[in-house]
Every structure is written in C-alpha cells, then in structure tokens.
Ligand binder design. Structure first.
Ligand code: NAD
Length: 415
C-alpha cells in the first residue's frame, strides 16, 4: 500500500509541478510511533503487544485517522494509510491532518475483557501522542464504538482532573451515550452510496435495478448496501474474510446483517444466498463493485475480470497500481477512496465539533450536513475531471495536495 500511495503522490506532484521543498515534506511522515506494552491475559499470563501510530502531516489541523486491529498492521501499512488520511481530510475541506495506527492482532483470538485491557494499555502507552487538539483516532477495521469508548475513558482517567470534563473529542466514532454523534455509524457507508448515486446522475442514470457486489460486510460494507438497497439497487454478492455468497435474484441486506452477529460474525452459512468460490467474486456480472475490506484487493490478477462500469472504493487503497491501469484501460470509472469513503471522517469532524462546543445534534441534521459537504466535494472533483480531462483519482489528488501546498506556501517553514 505504501508503494501505491507514494506512486499516486509522485504522479500528482509531477503533474501539478509541486513546489520541490513542499514535495520533500509531504513525501515523508512527520512522526512514526511504535509502542510495546504488556497485557495480562485471562489465563494470568502476560503477552506483549506492539502498537503503531503514524502521523503523516498536520499542516491543515490536528492529525486524524483510524485505529485498526488486524494481523496486516505494520509500520508501512500505517504510513500508507496515514498519508491517505492527509489527502482525504484535505480533499474534504476539513481542518485536519492525517494519521493512522493500530495493533497487529487478530481480535478473534481474544476475549472481550482481553480486548478491553489491550485497548486501555495501548491508549496509556500512546500517552500524549494522542489528544483532542493534537491527534484524534477513530474506528477502522476490527475496531468499533466500544473500542473508542474504552480509549476515551482511559484517556480521561489518566489526564489531570481539571482537564477531564472537556476532552471527550480525543476520539471520534464513540457510542452515542458516550459523547458519540448520531449517524457517525452510517456516515462512511452513506458516503459510498451517495458518491455512486452522484456519479450515475452525471450520466443521467439512477440506482434503480443496478446490480452491485460488496467485499467486506462490516461497518462500511453493510451501511453502503443498506442505502443502495433502499434506493432500488440489487445486492447480488458479498465476500468477507470467511466466505463469498451469491444470489442473482438479490440478497436481503437486512437479513444478511442479522445473520452476522456483531464483531465475530460472518456472512458464512447465510441461507438467503449460495456460497461460491472466492475467486469468482470480482468476475461476477454486475454494474458496481464496492471493495469495503482491506487494501490491495484489485490487482493485475483480477482487475481484467471486472465487468462492472463503476468501482466505488469503500476501503482504503483497495486498488493497486497495476489493477488501476487495467480498470482505466477498460473504461471502468473508479470513485477513489479519498473521496468515496470520506463520509466517515466528515462525520467524525461533526462529532469533534459537537463535543468541542458542548452541543447535541439530531440524526437528520447530521445526515443533511454530511450530504451537503459530500455533494459539494463531489462537484469540485467533477469540475476538475472535466477541466483537466483526467480520471477521478487524479482529479481528487490534485485538489487534495494543492490545498496542503497552499497552506505551506502561506505559512512558510519554521524557523
Ligand atoms: P470492519 O472491521 O467493520 O469490517 C471489515 C470487513 O472486511 C469484515 O466483513 C471482514 O470479514 C472483511 N474482510 C477482512 N478481510 C477480508 C478479506 N481478506 N477478504 C474479504 N473480506 C475481508 O471494517 P470497516 O470499518 O467496515 O472498514 C472497512 C474498510 O473501510 C477499511 O479499509 C477501512 O480502512 C475503510 N474505512 C472505514 C471507515 C469507517 O468509518 N469505519 C472510514 C473510512 C474508510
């Protein structure tokens, strides 16, 4: 993924003739934090874990980005994902920079109480490297509102008592009862849905009867499917880490969601579809492909099989360089991750603002705000696509990098 994001950055930097000094700054990550910390397991033994937090850039505001619990988490993955966050927050027009982190674990191997202790010790080990005006984590793969609630509680319990009352915005994506935002749960999937709908509208089409397939049926995959199905599109296949299921007559999104119990759930064994071979997934006959799981899923190995005309990147970095080349040659429109899944960080920004200002917003207000911001951003990218005659990712990167460049040009470099 690091190779992919650096390639995207360098191509854009060449294209916009990025100031060479600023190019040097943006081509590296500001801080790379690695912590090792001990945790007592349920059986009384101690295990030592390694956690990462990479802070790529904060020219536009505090570092912002998710925490992932997965066995693919390492320093390079965190660096790549942190850089994408800088471009995503910049493109979205938010006052944030970019960061990412996590722990290299498979959470299914741990009990809930072990995961709570792992999360709390990780938060403690990160110490002042995170903070509501410095670096604000959020959920990502295998982390959720509960994880964020443990982080906020640990953070508040370990800072001075005078600061405790006004630091809830140290993380976003919290449960609503613990300072979270109504609608943050669905914000990313809503953005994926809206970006597809807006793209179709540019071609005088709508979602009715469009057939879509989704890789990953977690937070992003489920909510994107929910909104697309509500608008008349038909979910025909889903793939997760355990199975691939297919039903050419359409899969009932809500029934599938009910089948997956939270956290440890899987689509495997769902009786409303047939299980098929994982290799068949990307070649299925459909209009829209939504990768909403991990990075590097669409590659030279499978991109040529894709029959859809739209790939909407719910996941971060799901398409590698070779995969992208093939898709573009075949006329597939790629809605790039830094826009397609930006509903999540936009929702996080509203949660941060809500906590910071001591306000409480209703679901309909939040969704209207997210929709407005995403729609404005979509039209900015669309204009750039038309003006420069480039693909959607290139247009999005040009806008994102140019905004950070302007901030550096105006502020100069200390001292
Ligand atoms: P999640 O943990 O809720 O769900 C992940 C899903 O991916 C699960 O269904 C899992 O089974 C599946 N998966 C894992 N490995 C897989 C594999 N090898 N093949 C197929 N499926 C696999 O995670 P999420 O929050 O939905 O995040 C999904 C993606 O969206 C990630 O790339 C994440 O960075 C990105 N994203 C998430 C948010 C957010 O708000 N949660 C925001 C922006 C981007």
């Amino acid at each position: 993924m690091y190779e992919t994001v650096m390639n995207q950055f360098n191509n854009t930097a060449d294209m916009i003739d990025l100031n060479p000094n600023i190019r040097k700054i943006l081509g590296i990550t500001n801080n790379e934090i690695i912590v090792h910390f001990p945790v007592k397991m349920d059986n009384g033994k101690v295990e030592v874990f390694t956690g990462y937090r990479v802070q790529h850039n904060n020219a536009l505001g505090p570092y912002k980005g998710g925490l992932r619990y997965h066995d693919t988490v390492d320093i390079d993955a965190a660096k790549a994902l942190a850089m994408w966050m800088t471009w995503k927050t910049s493109l979205a027009g938010l006052p944030f920079g970019g960061a990412k982190g996590g722990i290299q674990i498979d959470p299914r191997n741990y009990s809930d109480s072990e995961l709570e202790r792992i999360t709390r010790r990780f938060t403690y080990a990160l110490g002042e490297n995170i903070g509501p005006e410095h670096d604000i984590p959020a959920p990502d793969v295998n982390t959720n509102p509960q994880t964020m609630a443990w982080i906020v509680d640990t953070y508040m319990s370990t800072i001075s008592s005078s600061e405790r009352s006004h630091n809830q915005h140290v993380v976003t994506g919290k449960p609503v009862g613990a300072g979270g935002l109504e609608g943050r749960d669905r914000a990313t999937g809503f953005g994926v849905y809206l970006s597809i709908k807006l793209l179709l509208e540019t071609e005088q089409q709508d979602l009715k009867d469009k057939r879509f397939i989704v890789q990953g049926f977690g937070n992003v995959g489920y909510w994107a499917s929910h909104f697309l199905s509500q608008d008349g599109a038909k979910l025909i296949a889903v793939q997760d880490a355990h199975a691939t299921v297919y039903n050419e007559d359409g899969i009932d999104t809500e029934a599938l969601a009910q089948h997956c119990e939270p956290r440890k759930g899987s689509i495997k064994g769902f009786d409303g579809a047939t299980e098929i071979d994982a290799d068949e997934f990307f070649g299925l006959d459909c209009d829209i492909v939504i990768p909403a799981a991990l990075g590097n899923q669409i590659t030279a190995e499978n991109a040529f099989k894709i029959k859809a005309s739209i790939v909407a990147e719910g996941a971060n970095g799901p398409t590698d360089k070779e995969g992208e080349k093939i898709l573009l040659q075949n006329g597939v429109k790629i809605i790039p991750d830094i826009f397609c899944n930006s509903g999540g960080v936009i929702g996080s920004y509203f949660e941060w603002l809500q906590n910071r200002n001591g306000e409480l917003w209703q679901l309909d207000e939040v969704m209207a705000k997210i929709q407005k911001k995403l729609t404005e951003n979509f039209h900015k990218i669309h204009n750039e696509v038309n003006k420069r005659e480039v693909d959607w990712r290139t247009a999005a990167f040009i806008l994102a990098i140019s905004r950070v460049e302007t901030a550096y040009k105006q502020r100069g470099i200390f001292p």
